[in-house]
Write a protein that binds this ligand. Structure first.
Ligand code: F6P
Length: 475
């Protein structure tokens, strides 16, 4: 039976857990990945909020089908209150891969015009129809689950239409939408067909409150509303067709205590020992990312190569530990990008490796304890996205390594909060990035420690609990 007393609900495409089916049909549960999930899992669970997410895999679909009303917690899973939506796979595929990831994600990261980018013709019309259906499925589930006057927090670019759809269904609810990505300026956003751009903006404006991670992304959204919808923008409000939506900026940081606690567990400690054994007392440049075009991993590797070329005195004394986890492999762009990362890494190996020095270790498997171990050992942390909503890696690093220098892209949302103590770079400028890697390695230890302490303070200033609380208050 559906429990209709929920007073606070969160909706996102990816949920806090995912399932795999073993050969003998058993379901195994593991934690979900990505910035949104790692930021929200703890607090959503602790506060007893109902999380509505999509079933993403066959394992998820089996779990959702077996649970009463898709409620995993009511099927005995230790998930916190969780409903997983079993959306038909073809609809899900078109909504998630073709529209959310190949279109809206790339537009908001200024990366739209890839060779495989969807063309806006009859095929896209069908894909857009699926995106509507997928958003509609969320609106329906939320309408079913929400108690009278409940607060509903809809997350991200997968669910831009849900706020307006939900409002039409349940005008009594208080609805927030939050974008975890950057937002494109109007001259770029308007590459979308007019009616698609309009529907996205009006979908979000169906919320009472639209939240963004930084002033910059909030400003870009308001500019789009003004120039593409003719909406009236005044003092952080957008008025359109008789309704007003408040615009909020809510930075998202890290719960430092629980991250530190996790990073001191035995599996992390043993990974630290193994990594130390592997690299000896060499200095470490670390990066940790999904293999994602916006993360700019290839230029990061090229910068490391340029650094090695310019600084032979560092040969044998430094190792670059690059974590590049698989992501979105249903899309050709991501498969091709993964291959490009691996090619570039191999070229560096071929050029510089010696019998007793491996200049680069590329980790391509999702290994959370090993990545926490790498953070703890980092001397320099490289975070060089082309564009990023916030970037929690830049915040986790200084919490876990008290003496690491942060090389940070000026285009990451986190630069607004951490820029003063990071080595800030233009992510397209490989030469500048190489020079920042050198500066980080050669920065006196006392200065690294001083900067790191301030970075840690900024990184923990906006923990997820506060982020959630601020938005609930604004509703
Ligand atoms: O907008 C950020 C985000 O929602 C993060 O949670 C994650 O990095 C990504 O987008 C979603 O990725 P995925 O397609 O793997 O769910």
């Amino acid at each position: 039976m559906v429990d209709v007393v929920n007073s606070v609900l969160v909706a996102s495409n990816r949920g806090p857990v995912s399932f795999t089916v073993s050969d003998d049909g058993d379901l195994t549960m593991k934690r979900g990945g990505g910035g949104l999930v790692s930021g929200l899992s703890g607090v959503v669970r602790d506060e007893g909020v109902l999380w509505v997410c999509a079933a993403l895999s066959d394992g998820d679909r089996s779990a959702a089908r077996l649970a009463p009303g898709g409620r995993l917690d009511q099927a005995g899973y230790d998930t916190g209150k969780l409903r997983m939506l079993d959306i038909p796979p073809a609809t899900f595929h078109r909504a998630y891969n073709a529209v959310a990831n190949s279109t809206l994600w790339f537009v908001n990261h200024l990366l739209y015009d890839t060779p495989n980018a969807p063309y806006f013709g009859t095929r896209f019309t069908k894909e857009w129809e699926s995106y509507r259906d997928y958003n509609g499925a969320f609106a329906l589930a939320l309408a079913e689950e929400a108690g009278h006057g409940a607060k509903v927090m809809v997350q991200d670019y997968h669910l831009t239409l849900t706020p307006a759809m939900l409002r039409a269904e349940r005008p009594d609810l208080r609805i927030a939408h939050f974008s975890h990505t950057p937002w494109a300026p109007p001259e770029y956003f308007s590459l979308l067909p007019d009616e698609v751009a309009r529907e996205v903006l009006e979908g979000i404006l169906g919320a009472d409150h639209a939240g963004f991670l930084t002033e910059r992304w909030a400003g870009a959204f308001m500019d789009c509303c003004q120039s593409l919808l003719g909406a009236k923008v005044f003092d952080r409000t957008v008025s359109h067709e008789g309704r007003t939506t408040r615009i909020g900026v809510h930075g998202l940081g890290v719960d430092g205590d629980s991250l530190w606690k996790r990073a001191c567990e035995p599996d992390v400690e043993s990974n630290m020992a193994a990594l130390r054994e592997q690299v000896g007392d060499r200095r470490l440049i670390v990066r940790i990312d999904r293999t994602e075009l916006s993360k700019n991993i290839v230029r990061g590797l090229l910068a490391y190569r340029e650094f090695l070329a310019a600084h032979p005195e560092w040969h044998g004394r430094v190792v670059h530990l690059a974590f590049a986890y698989p992501s979105r492999h249903d899309l050709p762009e991501y498969r091709e990008y993964t291959a490009a990362v691996q090619r570039c890494a191999k070229e560096i190996e071929d050029e510089y490796a010696t019998e007793d020095w491996d200049p680069l270790i590329l980790n391509v498997n999702d290994d959370y304890p090993r990545s926490l171990a790498a953070y703890r050992l980092a001397d320099v942390l490289l975070v060089n996205p082309i564009r990023d909503g916030m970037n929690l890696v830049a915040k986790e690093g200084p919490i876990l390594s008290p003496r690491c220098a942060l090389v940070l892209s000026r285009e990451a949302g986190a630069a607004a909060e951490l820029g003063a103590d990071a080595l800030v770079i233009n992510p397209y400028d490989v030469g500048e990035t190489a020079e920042a890697l050198r500066a980080g390695l050669e920065m006196p230890e006392e200065e690294r420690i001083r900067r790191c302490a301030r970075l840690k303070k900024a990184a923990t200033a906006l923990p997820p609990r506060r982020w959630l609380g601020e938005q609930l208050a604004s509703l």
